[in-house]
Each structure stands twice: as C-alpha cells, then as structure tokens.
Write a protein of this length. Structure first.
Length: 259
C-alpha cells in the first residue's frame, strides 16, 4: 500500500509538470493589472473613510463641545455611480479641473456622513468625549470648517500619500450635483504610541455622501489645473466660503445617470 501511494504521488507530480502548469502557480501572489485597477468594495471604502472634527468650543468653566463628523457606508446606488468607468474623472472635469488623459482617479475612502455634538472638558482628550456621548446635530448655517484625519498604518488605501499631496473631496449635494473641493495633505508623525496621521481641512455647508480621491499620472500624485465654472444657483446654498481649499461644482446632467 505504501508503494502504491508513492507511485500515485509521483504520477500526479509528473502529470502537472507535463501539463505545463508550474506547481507554484496556485501560491503566486504577484500583482496583476486587474489587481491594481480593481475598485474597492463598499466595505473597503467605509473602513478607509476619513474621520472629521470641527473646532472645540470651551466656556469659562472649562466645559464645552466639539462637532464631529462620522460616517456609515454609502448606498449601493452611490457606490455604483462613483465606480462606473470614468465617473469620478467626469465629476472632477465638470467642476472645472483639467484631468490628464492618462490619469487614474483613485478612491481613497467614502462614506455617508452625519454630524454629532459631543461634550468635552479640558481635563480629557476630545475623543474620550466621542466614546461617551454622541448627540446628533445639524451643520450650522454658513457651514463648518472640518479637519479630516486618516491613518495610513491602518487605512490601506491611504498608504503612499505624503505631506503636500493634493486630494479631491467629492461631496454630493441635496440636488444631486457633486461639489469638488481640492485640498492639501499635512502629515503628522505619530507620538506616544500613536499612529502617523494625514490631515486635511475643508469647509462644508452640509453633510451627505462624501468620497476622497487622489489623481495619479505616471505613478505620481498630481495637482490638477483648474478654472472657474458657472455654478447652479442652488448648489452651494449661497455660501462661497472655503478653508484654504478650492471648491467647485459638477452639475448633475441626468436624473438617471448623474452624468
């Protein structure tokens, strides 16, 4: 019986060899074009959605609040809209940015965002307030400056980005149009056991689906040329304020496709 098992194993190995299929093929994990270009799933995007917070307001007794913005997964409809071929490129171009023909627009994260007001005190970190309290709130009239944070050590899709790189924030407005905000990354080295952080600030007048993207050309993150485009009257609710970022609007052309 032992000899029979050995003969069977030898015959199987010989068959694989003669068939032209390398024995190691099933464990080959080298990257392919399809692997690199594959769109992230909704779960991937949710896990890589940046976390945001507004300014902390503290009273004379050392008590105060901070507005945070957190997200749930985007809808299947929004995901399908963003991941159609050239969809994000079209959104950015319609907002007045010049995207090179060879450029690849890459999703870094996305989520459907809401705002929460959290009590904080001077004697503990603001994120401890986040863990203890989470009261829904509305974005105030005129909008709010939000500092977003991402951690490349834990959020895979942000790896490779560095200080000075430009990214584009795609924010879907209530009327279906997408506003596009260009902003610049800042890098903060982790300390006291903390993770390295990428930070960027934007001014938003409302919250809803938001996607974060980078534009790659020849393997490099690029900053796009841009020009002002005519904005629909109801697209920004009368607000033109920005926070060191360029805000333009991509008009929704079709109620069925958005393009």
């Amino acid at each position: 019986m032992g000899n029979m098992k050995k003969l069977t194993g030898a015959a199987l190995a010989l068959t694989m060899l003669l068939g032209g299929t390398p024995i190691w093929a099933q464990t080959d994990d080298s990257s392919t074009t399809s692997d690199v270009d594959k769109s992230p799933t909704i779960a991937d995007l949710g896990q890589n959605a940046a976390f945001g917070k507004g300014d902390k307001v503290v009273d004379e007794n050392g008590n105060g609040t901070i507005t945070i913005v957190d997200s749930v997964a985007i809808s299947e409809k929004t995901y399908a809209e963003l991941t159609k071929p050239d969809a994000m490129k079209n959104i950015i171009e319609k907002a007045g940015f010049d995207v090179p023909k060879d450029a690849n627009v890459v999703l870094l994260g996305a989520g459907d965002y809401s705002a929460y007001e959290n009590p904080v005190r001077e004697d503990y970190w603001w994120w401890q307030g986040v863990s203890q309290f989470k009261e829904p709130t509305e974005i105030p009239e005129g909008g709010i400056d939000i500092e977003f944070s991402a951690h490349p050590e834990y959020q895979e899709l942000w790896k490779g980005l560095k200080a000075g790189d430009s990214i584009y924030v795609l924010h879907q407005l209530k009327n279906g149009a997408w506003e596009v905000i260009e902003t610049t990354l800042e890098f903060q080295k982790g300390g006291e056991g903390g993770a390295d952080t990428l930070r960027f600030s934007v001014h938003l007048d409302s919250l809803s689906p938001i996607a974060f993207v980078k534009v790659m050309s020849d393997g490099t993150v690029v900053k796009l040329d841009k020009e002002e485009v005519e904005k629909p009257a109801d697209s920004l609710a009368g607000s033109t304020k920005t926070t060191g970022a360029k805000k333009l609007v991509s008009v929704k052309k079709s109620p069925n496709t958005g393009f």
